[in-house]
Write a protein that binds this ligand. Sequence first.
Ligand SMILES: Nc1ncnc2c1ncn2[C@@H]1O[C@H](COP(=O)(O)OP(=O)(O)OP(=O)(O)O)[C@@H](O)[C@H]1O
Ligand SMILES: [Mg+2]
Length: 408
Amino acid sequence: MDTVLQGLRISYLPRTQAVETLSGGEKARIGLATLLLRSPDLLLLDEPTNHLDFASMEWLETYLSHYSGAIIMVSHDRQFLNRAVNQIFEIDEYNHHLKRYEGNYDAYTQTKAAERAKWEEDYERQQDEVKELRKRIRETARQVGHTYRAPRDNDKYARYFFAQRVDSTVSRNVRAAEEQLKRIEADPIPRPPELIRVSSYFRTEAMQSRVVLSATDLTKCWGERCILSGVHVTVPPDARIVLIGPNGTGKTTLLKILVGLETPDKGEVQAATGARIGYLPQEPTDLDLAKTVLETYRYGHIGYEADFVAKLIGYGLFRLEDMTKRVGQLSVGQRRKLEIACLMAQGPNVLLLDEPTNYISLDVLEAFETAILAFPGPVIAISHDRWFIQRFGGKVWELVDGKLTDGS
Ligand SMILES: Nc1ncnc2c1ncn2[C@@H]1O[C@H](COP(=O)(O)OP(=O)(O)OP(=O)(O)O)[C@@H](O)[C@H]1O
Ligand SMILES: [Mg+2]
């Protein structure tokens, strides 16, 4: 018990604190602790590294690598998958088939890329074949019409005889072509789905102001515990900032204060005129569960329904059949996708993202990362995702004991 509790470092929390006020990582660590303490033969873990800080994640990786039982886990954490698994099962979101890939995440992406290339090639080849068969059927039908033309000279018999022979060969060919076409049409290679194009939809202008967002002397305490004390923040127009820090240090609180969703005890926040802040919360909790996907997406925007549908499908995040689904029916990952779509619809020129890579599937993740990298305005992202942090580059701000290590 001590090993688990110490490994997950949750002893500092007051025993009376309400669960709903715990930080994302604190909740995740308490959930893991109660599970691991039972040490079952088969461990089923659903996104175990979401919200965990680096120390807890590394502790978990080591713990699981020594685990004697079997483990099945759902995870989108690419570095974790690389280190902790030896096979990957993938369920297709739409055809619901399960596919097995040997090896870790790197092996999985390589196999997927090769499969996709082969699929595209096979599809193209079959499309060419279909075209060719249709052409052959059309042309030979014309030829047959031609050979049936009424004979005009004296050699009627020979011509007729020849035409008959040609005709039977031609019709054999046509029949063979038609049969081949029918076979293909009965079970065609489907067109490979469009790749997600989130990247092309974050269109916005670069910011002109020298400082887009700033905060001075921010202080925030919960009772005796001060999580922010005298924090200064300056965000230039080309900022790429990753905000890191152990679970429960106040990263989410700081971001909420910058957006205006939480008030500091002391200090103030200033945003440049013209700044449109797009905020992605840590957990998808703000959506109205009774609304449909389309209603949620178009809420607050004026325009034709068909245009919104086209846009939403155009991102590659949803399909036509999803439009009328209620948010309450969606998985957490699908809700996250909807939040990302709504974020794009707002047309922000500043992005504040709280653990943007949590919950979403690997394909969306890659596309969303590309979109964030290509974003022309400043971005602050809280993240524990080691893969994302590496790709994102930029400055790293660490929040420890109420202070930012590089905030000004
Ligand atoms: N309403 C509240 N009442 C009491 N304590 C709170 C409240 N809201 C947050 N806290 C505490 O403030 C601390 C900071 O929370 P915050 O969500 O900002 O952490 P975080 O750095 O984002 O953590 P994580 O990495 O786990 O997401 C936590 O210890 C949390 O329990
Ligand atoms: Mg947080």
